[in-house]
Design a protein around this ligand. Structure first.
Ligand code: NAP
Length: 304
């Protein structure tokens, strides 16, 4: 069974190269002919790991043009690109297709799943870290773990073992939405403030009251979603992450600093919308959202 990888960015490349290294058949799906030509010029994907660089000449084609039906797909785009990327391969999906949606935040996964009712859409949440230091080059920056699960239920697929044997640490989650919500809440309590205060994660210790105010509202939201334990643990988890990643700049900080679009629509905006839908008062989250949108507007970046 071929692993099709749509989104040959940081995480997509990290999966593709490890699967190829383990001898599993992998096919990259690139956006268009220009990207395919650029890829061919590079001769493959380069994985930089522990100071070593290895080139993997993984076969590639444009997303819409290959003839073979797709049975197994990893979609590893940014959340705001997921629907369009999924649409570009929809006609090629086999009736029993299984798709792993590897996006941060929430909302994009459900949007993709709604467009592809026949496919089995699994959601992923990952703590692995990678970045691109050049076109079709990925640096494996932080080891972690990926959880996979199915919002609609059903058993874990047998191919999880193939991922393990390719040194992609995965675990099946019986409640992947809770995992994604926990990560979303953590992100909402930390990332927007690092952008607004223009600081590293650790410097949020100087804004403890503001962080605690957001945690309080996010805790109520988690509780309203049915995640009581996550709600109780949020504040402590946020403090732990701020401490453990004190020297780091958050992903949202880095996106803004580099003039890149953020995933705000699937993170803070999603939390605000879900709170409104449940009639929760979230004045602090709403205020941070407003300030963040204003900052993005001033920088000429999309507000959503
Ligand atoms: P990334 O490096 O920006 O890669 C995204 C890739 O998607 C790019 O290669 C882009 O192609 C491709 N793409 C977008 N639209 C496409 C389309 N229509 N057809 C084909 N390819 C398309 O993003 P990433 O860092 O891997 O992040 C992916 C998701 O994982 C995000 O939601 C992110 O928040 C999450 N995440 C990332 C990390 C990390 O360490 N990187 C960790 C945890 C979670 P081009 O190259 O042509 O632009």
């Amino acid at each position: 069974m071929i692993w099709y990888i749509l989104g040959a960015g940081s995480l997509g490349s990290l999966w593709a190269t490890r699967l190829a290294r383990a001898g599993q058949p992998v096919q990259l799906l690139l956006r268009d002919r220009q990207r395919l030509a650029a890829y061919r010029e590079r001769g493959g994907l380069t994985l930089c790991e522990d100071g070593r660089e290895t080139l993997y000449p993984i076969p590639a084609e444009t997303a819409g043009h290959g003839g073979t039906p797709i049975h197994r797909l990893l979609l590893a785009s940014k959340a705001y690109d997921a629907e369009e990327a999924a649409a570009s391969v929809a006609a090629r999906l086999a009736p029993d297709a299984e798709i792993i949606l590897l996006q941060n935040g929430l909302g994009s996964q459900q949007a993709v799943a709604a467009h592809l009712p026949r496919a089995r859409c699994l959601y992923a949440s990952s703590t692995e870290g990678a970045f691109r230091d050049g076109d079709f080059r990925v640096v494996f920056a932080g080891r972690g773990q990926t959880w996979l699960g199915d919002e609609r239920g059903g058993p874990a697929p047998a191919w999880l073992a193939d991922l393990e044997s390719a040194e992609i640490p995965v675990q099946w989650s019986g409640d992947i939405l809770e995992r994604l919500w926990r990560k979303l809440a953590l992100n909402c309590a930390i990332n927007p403030l690092t952008v607004l205060h223009h600081c590293r994660n650790g410097e949020l210790a100087n804004h403890a009251e503001e962080v605690a105010g957001l945690c309080d509202e996010l805790g109520h939201l988690l509780h309203a979603c049915g995640y009581t334990l996550a709600a109780r643990e949020l504040q402590g988890e946020v403090e732990r992450v701020i401490d453990a990643t004190a020297r780091n700049f958050s992903s949202m900080y880095q996106d803004v600093a580099n003039g890149r679009r953020t995933e705000i629509a699937y993170l803070l905006a999603h939390a605000c919308n879900e709170g409104r839908r449940r009639n929760l008062a979230q004045p602090r989250l709403e205020a941070v959202h407003l300030r963040l949108r204003e900052l993005l507007r001033q920088r000429g970046l999309p507000e959503a």
